[in-house]
Write a protein that binds this ligand. Structure first.
Ligand SMILES: [Ca+2]
Ligand SMILES: [Ca+2]
Length: 408
């Protein structure tokens, strides 16, 4: 009886195995490769909407192979004739010369690399095999925010002094860049749970734009303000020697009397001083108080170019409609971004979309004199090349004191 059962069991196993093999073979037969079309577009703000020569790759994330890269036709379209069903990462990239960058973007006048990535794209017989990607227009490694000193300092009497903030911008490319028309702005939203009722920015679900509080611009309409490779400019809230000025703070860590620019906020009551030795940025849009005060808990900052500032939309803040509207800037126009938040647990308060800046920095407290400086990636022919992974949290290091114009 036992023997009979055992034989029967073995036979069953054999039949099951055969059945499994048959099913496997049949399964393999019905897995048909599918044609997949990918269409790549430029950001809607660009002068050109689609173009040839964009490299597109499809890479399986489920163990399959990477298909040979294809380049788009004049409509921005590529066709992969036979793709096995599965989950894929679809990416597109295009390196533009300065001439092509100007023709296509009508904004950037230097060589730049455009990228787009879409992850976890499911390709099945029943799904639509047409994939659309929009390139992000941030030029890689051209102008970068090199250092942001926002925490400010304590006075000898333990008071708070915040006029010594600065931002430093660095030419990370191998060619001279004209800064004329370059804009710098702070992004709307609180930096963390500063008060019990603090909430993340109303605009946090819009991953295609940032909303700007105040915008400053480097004057000039051509090549009046040139920045050589490996050189930087210093933008001071106030272009004075904060350590010795009678209105300053002897404990301030910085002398900014040699800054390249300052944010002079002209007011009838003269609350902001116009340093005669430091030229003023153009105040394009302003919603601040006495001066361009960055949040000492951590700012969101962007540098960008726009062909016509007045074409940017002004948007009311949904939860604070009585405040002045904010400037809605498409992320495709951002050259570089920086985000500082209150502490390690403030990630929900991020104001800058992750596609532009995936992380954030935080200081040990306010008025600590701490500063955040971008790390160096490498040195090429004596030129320092800074790290730009589009992630403030990994690209910047916290310093106990600022290092304007220096890396030491
Ligand atoms: Ca000022
Ligand atoms: Ca001045």
């Amino acid at each position: 009886m036992i023997q009979l059962f055992y034989s029967h069991f073995r036979l069953s196993c054999l039949l099951l195995s055969l059945g499994f093999l048959l099913v496997s073979c049949r399964d393999k037969d019905v897995v048909e490769a599918l044609p997949v079309t990918v269409t790549v577009s430029y950001p809607s703000t660009y002068a050109v909407k689609a173009g040839a020569g964009i490299t597109v790759t499809l890479e399986s994330t489920t163990g399959g192979e990477k298909l040979p890269a294809q380049t788009t036709d004049a409509n921005g379209t590529v066709r992969f004739p036979s793709v096995l069903p599965g989950t894929y990462t679809v990416s597109a990239t295009q390196a533009l010369s300065a001439t092509d960058a100007e023709r296509i973007t009508n904004v950037f006048r230097q060589a730049l690399t455009l990228n787009a990535v879409q992850r976890s794209v499911s390709i099945t017989a029943s799904s639509n095999q047409t994939i659309s990607l929009e390139l992000a227009g941030a030029p890689a490694g051209t102008l970068l925010i090199k250092e942001v000193y926002y925490t400010a300092s304590k006075t000898p009497n333990n008071g708070n002094y915040f006029s010594d903030q600065f931002v430093e911008i660095y030419n990370n490319s191998d060619s001279t860049i004209a800064l004329d028309g370059l804009c710098i702005a702070d992004v709307y939203g609180v930096s963390g749970q500063i008060n019990p009722n603090s909430t993340p920015t109303d605009f946090k679900d819009d991953t295609r734009h940032v909303y700007l509080n105040s915008v400053w611009r480097i004057p000039g309409t051509g090549r009046q303000h040139l920045l050589e490779p490996g050189k930087s400019i210093l933008i001071a809230q106030d272009g004075i020697n904060h350590q010795t000025d009678p209105a300053g703070n002897p404990n301030s860590p910085v002398n900014l009397a040699n800054a390249d620019w300052e944010t002079y906020n002209q007011r009838p009551d003269n609350r902001d001083t116009d340093s005669p030795s430091v030229p003023n940025l153009e105040r394009v849009y302003f919603t601040g108080g006495f001066d361009w005060l960055l949040p000492v808990f951590g700012p969101g900052l962007v540098i960008f170019r726009t062909s016509d500032f007045n074409t940017l939309e002004k948007v009311a803040i949904p939860s604070a409609a009585s405040l002045e509207p904010r400037i809605k800037l498409p992320i495709g126009q951002i050259i570089d971004a920086f985000e500082g938040l209150q502490d390690a647990n403030s990630g929900a308060f991020k104001r800058i979309p992750a596609s532009v800046d995936a992380g954030f920095v935080f200081a040990s407290g306010t008025y600590t004199s701490e500063s955040f400086r971008r790390k160096t990636a490498t040195t090429l022919n004596g030129r320092r090349v800074l790290q730009d992974l589009n992630n403030s949290g990994s690209d910047f290091e916290k310093l106990s004191k600022p290092t304007p114009r220096s890396f030491q």
